[in-house]
Design a protein around this ligand. Structure first.
Ligand code: AHM
Ligand code: MG
Length: 338
């Protein structure tokens, strides 16, 4: 019979390999996973319950209409993290400012960023959505964390992960030593190790972008799409897949090979996606799986956000395709750097 390895057991084994293991990291990840199991359950019941689908009528700090499930996922994550003494503060895509936790505001060594529900526009139409998170260590304890503690390069993340609520619910994690995937067994209520060493296949079989924005693109992005669509060499069999949920598009490309790009354009040279909640964690994961992530000019993990909700262009996926985009941009006189 195949060995069943739960997420907690896997993380605990990894933690024990380090000398000063306290079990804190395992506890933190199990609580993040707990929140995602609850969100997964609510997503599966959406449509049956009045309080799950639809908008709240409010607008968030990003200026976007807030969906009820956004609120539920945000509250669930905050509630599980608030009681953990190893967590000092939280930054959520849904909240304007950081929150200090009750249990760990002074003692906590970890800072957590998350996008509680990525792909909000897909909630009400039963298309895959997800949760993305990032874990950093702060320099000192004994005082409250500040916003500045969060405004650091992505290369300082100690772990990052996401959960996709798709045909099954999957939890994907990196702690800087490769990427592993766990699939939720809904009957047992556990994430079980299902993908031991996730590596991006070398060939990009898909490209993913909102081509509806092409009217605003710089000439280099048009040239890029032209190359991805060309009938030659590496791109002979490449086709377009765009879910409109970043984490779902990146997840597919991680498994199948491909590139996702939400570039800067004439309307918005800084792009749409958020550095702390979306770009940094996914860049960490994709690099750990053998791929690359860039804003077109810089390695994404080197980018330092100038605000909690700072945005960035994001080109993420197979090395050759990310490099191709950066080369085209470098030769584009009309390109405006983010
Ligand atoms: P969200 O976090 O509010 O859902 O916004 C981010 C989403 C990404 O998941 C997705 O890649 C992108 O926005 C889709 O944007 P668009 O609808 O402009 O294609
Ligand atoms: Mg998002």
């Amino acid at each position: 019979m195949a060995q069943l390895i739960t997420l907690s057991r896997y993380v605990l084994q990894g933690e024990r390999a380090h000398e000063q293991a306290t079990g804190d990291f395992t506890l933190l990840l199990s609580h993040l996973a707990l929140a995602m199991k609850v969100v997964s359950r609510e997503v599966a019941r959406a449509g049956l319950l009045d309080d799950v689908l639809g908008k709240t009528g409010e607008t968030n700090v990003q200026g976007e209409a807030v969906a009820k499930l956004d609120v539920l996922a945000n509250e669930m994550l905050i509630s599980v993290l608030n009681d953990l003494p190893m967590v000092a503060a939280i930054a959520s895509e849904e909240d304007e400012h950081i929150r200090h936790t009750s249990a760990g505001r002074l003692t906590g060594k970890y800072l957590i960023c998350f996008d509680p529900l990525d792909g909000s526009s897909n909630i009400d139409v039963n298309v895959t959505i997800g949760t993305i998170f990032s874990i950093r260590r702060r320099d000192e304890t004994g005082c409250e964390a500040t916003e500045a503690d969060f405004l650091r390069p992505g290369s300082e993340q100690v772990a990052a992960g996401y959960c996709v609520y798709g045909s099954s619910t999957m939890f994907v994690l990196t702690t800087g030593d490769g990427v592993v995937g766990f699939t939720l067994d809904p009957q047992v209520g556990e994430f079980i190790l299902s993908h031991r060493n996730m590596r991006m296949p070398d060939l990009a079989t898909h490209w993913s972008a909102n081509a509806g924005n092409s009217r605003y693109w710089f000439p280099s992005t048009h040239r890029y799409m032209g190359q991805l669509n060309s009938a030659e060499g590496r791109y002979k069999h490449t086709s377009l897949r765009y879910v409109g949920t970043l984490v779902a598009d990146v997840h597919r490309n991680l498994l199948k090979g491909g590139v996702f790009f939400y570039p800067g354009d004439r309307r918005s040279p800084k792009g749409k996606l958020r550095i702390l909640y979306e770009a940094h964690p996914l860049a960490f994961i994709v690099e750990q799986a053998g791929g690359m992530a860039s804003d077109g000019v810089r390695r994404m993990l080197d980018v330092v956000p100038d605000g909690l909700h700072a945005r960035t262009p994001l080109i993420i996926g197979n090395n050759q395709e990310v490099e191709l985009y950066c080369n085209l941009v470098a030769a584009d006189p009309e390109f405006v750097a983010p």
